[in-house]
Design a protein around this ligand. Structure first.
Ligand SMILES: *[C@@H]1O[C@H](CO)[C@@H](O)[C@H](O)[C@H]1NC(C)=O
Length: 359
């Protein structure tokens, strides 16, 4: 009786707590138990796979399980989990989810236009921590799907942020409008650059709402009729001086900022929680948004980064990326391609019209 209870308790304790999908150490012991684990993972994430694919996918899954398991045994400030990417190879993951080719698009653009200045240059007495989510300037985490449109999500997150800061209204805005209509230099699901998208929004006279022009995750035809809905405007954008985390800190203290990172590593693929100190390069391939910063109880500093892979990846869709590393480019290159929209007025054109109507 007691022995049974003990077994029950101890097995309870070894269950890996990885938010959502948990596994037990004993499930890794044999080929058969691993195969059962794979089936359990598939039904948890409802991943449709043909019978023909199963063998291949299972082999990838087994490899990834061992990577997650062994990494979590190390004393890292972050942990990994078996998320929805667990039977994709790193190559498949990179081509499906980090296809923004930021570096490629920057090269076509030439060097940044430094003439625009950096309005937060003299920003001083910065708070020790900032979280724009708590201030109501960040919408629910979104999901780009298998479309290299992260540049649009990164752009929109920053515009939603400054719009809330200036107007006190949090309005979810349309990534699909950028994917379909900002096609002169940006390339929809094949990638793009946030700076070009800010310029497009300015020239276009604004960006419409998510409700009005919902996300589809495929390259579509620009629907000009949807432009007539509620519009949020910006006055332009500025680049944060590159390779300088202190400048990035000044910007993020003032508003959510679009940043580009290198998200193409296994540790990034399976990130679960904690301050990410794992390997990543600086070949910028993914657009995200820095929506805050802080430090943990051990004094380890981080950026709060909003991703667009849905809420089940990472910490509810976010990653805490190590901050203040001994490299000016920043962790995963976060300080290399940071920019933010400038919005001067505290209202949008439609609201101005409403005010006039009232008068
Ligand atoms: C920052 O301060 C310097 C020195 O006073 C000044 O020349 C510069 O224009 C200021 N920058 C901004 C963006 O206000």
């Amino acid at each position: 009786m007691n022995k049974l209870l003990l077994i029950f308790l101890s097995s309870f304790l070894v269950i890996q707590s990885v938010n959502g999908f948990d596994y037990h150490d004993s499930e890794l012991e044999s080929e058969e138990s691993l195969s059962n684990l794979y089936d359990r993972w598939r039904s948890h994430h409802s991943v449709p796979r043909s019978l023909h694919e199963r063998e291949k996918r299972f082999n990838v899954f087994r490899h990834n399980v061992m990577h997650v398991h062994n990494t979590n045994k190390k004393n890292n400030p972050f942990t990994l989990k078996l998320n929805k990417f667990a039977d994709l190879t790193i190559e498949e993951f990179k081509s499906a989810y980090t296809g923004s080719n930021i570096k490629h698009h920057r090269m076509f653009q030439g060097p940044k236009d430094g003439s625009k200045g950096f309005m937060y240059e003299n920003s001083t007495e910065l708070p020790t921590s900032v979280d724009w989510r708590e201030k109501g300037a960040v919408t629910e985490v979104k999901n780009q799907g298998k479309c290299g449109s992260c540049w649009a999500f990164s752009t929109v997150a920053a515009v939603e942020g400054i719009n809330q800061i200036k107007t006190n209204k949090l309005v979810s805005l349309s990534e699909q409008e950028l994917v379909d209509c900002d096609t002169k230099q940006n390339q929809g699901c094949n990638g793009g650059l946030m700076d070009i998208a800010f310029e497009f929004i300015k020239k276009n006279g604004g960006i419409t709402t998510e409700d009005n022009y919902p996300y589809e995750g495929i390259d579509g035809k620009c629907d000009a009729s949807k432009d007539n809905g509620e519009i949020v405007t910006i006055d332009g954008y500025e680049d944060v001086p590159e390779n300088d985390e202190d400048s990035l800190l000044k910007a993020v203290a003032n508003q959510p900022v679009s940043v580009a990172i290198d998200a193409g590593s296994s540790n990034f693929q399976f990130y679960s929680k904690g301050v990410f100190t794992g390997y990543c390069g600086t070949e910028l391939n993914h657009g995200v948004a820095a929506v805050g910063y802080g430090s943990n109880s051990k004094g380890r500093k981080y950026w709060i980064v909003r991703n667009s892979w849905g809420p089940e990846w990472g910490e509810g869709g976010y990653i805490k990326l190590e901050r203040g590393i001994d490299d000016p480019e920043g962790k995963c290159g976060i300080a290399m391609e940071a920019s933010y929209p400038v919005k001067l007025s505290s209202s949008n054109p439609d609201e101005d019209a409403d005010v006039k109507d009232e008068l």
